[in-house]
Design a protein around this ligand. Structure first.
Ligand code: FAD
Length: 410
């Protein structure tokens, strides 16, 4: 969460006082932001009220019989992973343990999603308050039952409709992970991507490209035979230097996906996440486009990275607001600039748009892991994330959040 100095004030409880207050400030736009993990630019900003759930929504409760876990909205994914490890269970968290409920609510693409599905696919119950202040408690439909629109909306578009205070999710058995990390070159990245596109679901590839290139493959060990198979696949991956193959006990213990440079904490950034199919014969063409974009990035901290979907993100899911079930790659564009550098910000945002325009042919979808209601491209990202389902979402919002307490859907 950035250290904005001109916020109006902070709320730490969701109750009737909060909604009365919001109603009393009724005007065209009620400037409320919600922070769960607090990792995005929309968790705090100047001239906004902040609802910070991190202090008072910290409970985790495990059902020993059903192996389900209830998670309150202030819990980070790292804390969830550590808590579940004690019960020999796991949850498909993303690449950082610092994210919070925002990770689950925006879909949640994990390095393990190819074998477990998205984070939203694990949700069994979801509780909170609609933007109009009424409470909700929704349950996953049984197999064969048609999903209610409200359920479908909350699985992937909840952040536009209400404040989520708690979810109940399924968990998975805790399994040892195999991690392969290495510095790679342009041609090696191309080869890694080609190999990954034919991998079994138990392996996934992520990579990052800025000043240099770094890749991280992650596999889940199910039994000895399968461990041998995924180890031999990892050994086939090309690399330039620093290749490390090691076993780790849970997602929290994995190395970070970064370029090894010192993170400049005074930098500000925006992130735009795209979604698209396997690159197949377009592989080299796409990488040359990215190379050109990387060469002209306006700031050393700008980069493009990607993670892999497929497998169970494509099938075996419940009806949700995540429209890009056929996606295989999620490249994300990180635009960064020094704090208070307005011209630098403009340049980085322009570069992000250029990246988007250049990659749209191969990544036609958007993953709204980060939302940008404060930027001119908000409408475009909504349309590309929700496609035709956006019309239904707007109808649901008109009923449950008519005053746009939550971020707008237009
Ligand atoms: C280092 C890093 C690694 C990441 N890796 C992955 C990854 O592997 N896979 C992936 O899918 N994503 C990944 N992300 C993206 C991340 O999951 C999303 O940006 C997510 O929204 C961040 O969660 P948060 O709890 O920190 O959100 P916050 O910054 O706290 O909130 C973001 C926005 O979400 C909404 N929101 C948050 N909590 C609630 C709530 N309880 N009720 C209603 N609305 C709410 C609000 O609109 C808020 O403005 C990563 C992000 C980072 C910073």
């Amino acid at each position: 969460m950035s250290n904005e100095s001109n916020i109006y004030g902070i709320f730490e409880e969701v109750n009737s006082n909060l909604f009365e207050f919001l109603r009393s400030t009724k005007n065209n736009s009620i400037p409320l932001l919600v922070a769960s993990g607090g990792t995005t630019s929309r968790a705090a900003a100047d001239n906004h009220w902040i609802l910070d759930l991190r202090k008072n929504y910290q409970n985790l409760s495990f059902d020993f019989e059903k192996k389900h876990v209830e998670i309150e909205a202030g819990v980070t994914m790292g804390d969830l992973s550590n808590f579940l490890s004690k019960h020999q269970r796991s949850f498909p968290i993303g690449l950082s343990g610092k994210t919070g409920m925002g990770y689950i609510l925006t879909g949640g693409i994990s390095p393990l999603s190819r074998s477990t599905g998205l984070a939203i696919d694990q949700i069994l119950e979801i509780e909170g308050f609609w933007g109009n202040g009424t409470k909700f408690h929704l349950f996953r439909p049984n197999k064969g039952q048609v999903s209610k629109s409200e359920w479908k909306a909350m699985c992937g578009a909840a952040i536009f409709l209400g404040i989520v205070t708690k979810v109940k999710v399924k968990t998975q058995p805790l399994r040892t992970l195999l991690s392969w990390t290495a510095n790679i070159s342009f041609s090696q990245l191309s080869e890694c991507i080609s190999q990954a596109e034919i991998w079994p679901n138990s392996l996934s590839l992520q990579w990052i490209w800025g000043e240099n290139m770094f890749a991280h493959a992650i596999g889940e060990i199910v039994n000895d035979d399968q461990e041998k198979k995924i180890t031999s696949l990892l050994e086939k991956l090309p690399f330039s230097s620093n290749r490390i193959i090691k076993k780790v006990k849970n997602m929290n213990s994995l190395p970070n996906l970064n370029l090894g440079e010192k993170v400049n904490l005074t930098n500000h950034s925006e992130v735009l996440s795209l979604l698209g199919p396997a690159w197949k014969e377009n592989n080299l063409h796409v990488l040359k486009i990215i190379q050109n974009l990387i060469n002209k990035r306006p700031n050393n901290s700008c980069y493009i990275a990607s993670q892999q979907l497929g497998g169970l993100t494509k099938s075996n899911y419940i009806d949700s607001s995540f429209q890009h079930r056929d996606a295989i790659w999620k490249p994300w564009i990180n635009g960064s600039w020094p704090a208070n550098d307005k011209a630098g910000r403009e340049k980085s945002l322009k570069w992000m748009e250029e990246c988007w325009n250049n990659l749209e042919f191969i990544c036609p979808g958007v993953h709204l892991a980060q939302i940008h209601p404060h930027l001119p491209w908000h409408q475009k990202e909504l349309s590309l994330a929700f496609k035709d389902w956006l019309t239904n979402l707007k109808e649901i919002k008109a009923i449950y959040d008519p005053d746009n307490i939550m971020p707008k859907l237009e």
